[in-house]
Design a protein around this ligand. Structure first.
Ligand code: SF4
Length: 293
C-alpha cells in the first residue's frame, strides 16, 4: 500500500511487518468483545444503556450482531463509529488462542480487561504505522520505528503481563513522538500556502466547533486534534496536513473535502461523518457504503 509522502528511500529502516491492513477489525475472528466489554449508553448511539462486561442485547450466540445491516437505519452511531483497530481478533486468537468468554466464564472478566488494554495498544500501532510512512518525519524515523516494534511486542504478552502493563507511561512516550510527527507535517503544509480570498478567516482558539461553518477558514496544516467537529461544515475543504487525531467528526459534513493528506484519521471517524463520492480519503481508509453518491 502506498501512503502520501511515502519515504521510499528509507524503507530498509522498517523492520516491523505491521501495516494498516493488520489493524482492521476482523469480526469473524473475534468473540464480539466490543459488544460486551465496553460500558455504553443509548444517548451515545448504542442500543441501550449497559454495564461493562454485559453482552449487548443484539449480540447473538455466534458472536454476530443481529442488526448489523441496519445500524445506520436504527441510528446506532456509537456502534458505527467504534473501531477496535484489530484488537478484538488479537485477543481472541493470540492472547486466548481461540478460547471465548462463553466457554470460559471464569476468565471472561479478565478477557474484557485485556481487550481494553489491547485496544489502546492497537490504536497506538495504527498511528505509529501512519507516522512512519510520512516523508517529513525523516529525522525521527528511527525513533518511530523503534517505538512501533516495542509497541508491537506488547501485543504478544500473556494476559497476566498485559494486565500488569503500565499502559499510561507507554502511551505517554508514543504521544510525544506523534506530537513531533504532527508538528513536522503541519509545518510543511502551513508553509508555502497563500491564503485565498475564500479563506480569509483564521481558526479561533478552543476545541469546540460543534455545528460551525468552517468553510471560510484555511485549515491546511491546522491542529484539530481532540476537537469537537460534530455537525461542522467542512464541505469542499482542503485538509492537507491537518491533524485530526481524536477529533469528533460525528455528522460533520465532509462532502467534496480533500482528506488525502490529512493525518491521524481513522475509519471510525470517517464512518461517523457525512461524505460523498467527491470526498477524497487517505489510502488507508475505505469509503463508507452509506455515503451519498
Ligand atoms: S448493536 Fe450490534 S454492533 Fe452494536 S453493540 Fe450491539 S451487537 Fe455490537
Amino acid at each position: 500500500m502506498n501512503y502520501p509522502f511515502e519515504n521510499k528511500k528509507d524503507q530498509k529502516l522498517s523492520f516491523s511487518n505491521i501495516s494498516h491492513s493488520n489493524l482492521r477489525a476482523d469480526c469473524d475472528n473475534c468473540f464480539g468483545f466490543c459488544c460486551v466489554a465496553l460500558y455504553f449508553s443509548a444517548s451515545e448511539g448504542f442500543p441501550a444503556n449497559k454495564d461493562a462486561g454485559t453482552p449487548c442485547i443484539n449480540l447473538q450466540s455466534d458472536f454476530r450482531c443481529k442488526v448489523h445491516k441496519d445500524l445506520r437505519k436504527l441510528g446506532l452511531k456509537g456502534c458505527i463509529a467504534y473501531d477496535c483497530f484489530g484488537a478484538g481478533q488479537k485477543v481472541a486468537q493470540v492472547t486466548y488462542n481461540g478460547h471465548d468468554w462463553r466457554e470460559d466464564p471464569e476468565t471472561a472478566q479478565q478477557m474484557y480487561e485485556v481487550f481494553l488494554i489491547m485496544h489502546q495498544i492497537h490504536e497506538m500501532l495504527w498511528y505509529l504505522t501512519e507516522a512512519l510512512r510520512l516523508e517529513p518525519v525523516r529525522n525521527i524515523q528511527d525513533n518511530l520505528n523503534s517505538m512501533l516494534i516495542e509497541t508491537e511486542k506488547l501485543t504478544l504478552l500473556s494476559a497476566d503481563s498485559l494486565l500488569e502493563l503500565d499502559i499510561t507511561s507507554h502511551r505517554f512516550k508514543v504521544n510525544a513522538l506523534l506530537k513531533q510527527t504532527s508538528e513536522l507535517v503541519r509545518n510543511k503544509f502551513h508553509g508555502g500556502q497563500k491564503t485565498s480570498s475564500k479563506h480569509q478567516k483564521t481558526l479561533s482558539r478552543g476545541r469546540d466547533f460543534i455545528g460551525k461553518d468552517l468553510t471560510k477558514i484555511n485549515l491546511r496544516g491546522e491542529n484539530l486534534s481532540g476537537t469537537y467537529l460534530i455537525a461542522a461544515n467542512l464541505r469542499g475543504m482542503d485538509l492537507s496536513g491537518t491533524d485530526l487525531i481524536g477529533a469528533d467528526l460525528r455528522d460533520s459534513d465532509l462532502r467534496g473535502a480533500n482528506l488525502t493528506n490529512s493525518i491521524f484519521l481513522t475509519q471510525g471517524q470517517i464512518n461517523a461523518a457525512k461524505g460523498d463520492s467527491e470526498t477524497k480519503l487517505p489510502m488507508s481508509l475505505s469509503r463508507p457504503s452509506h455515503w451519498s453518491k
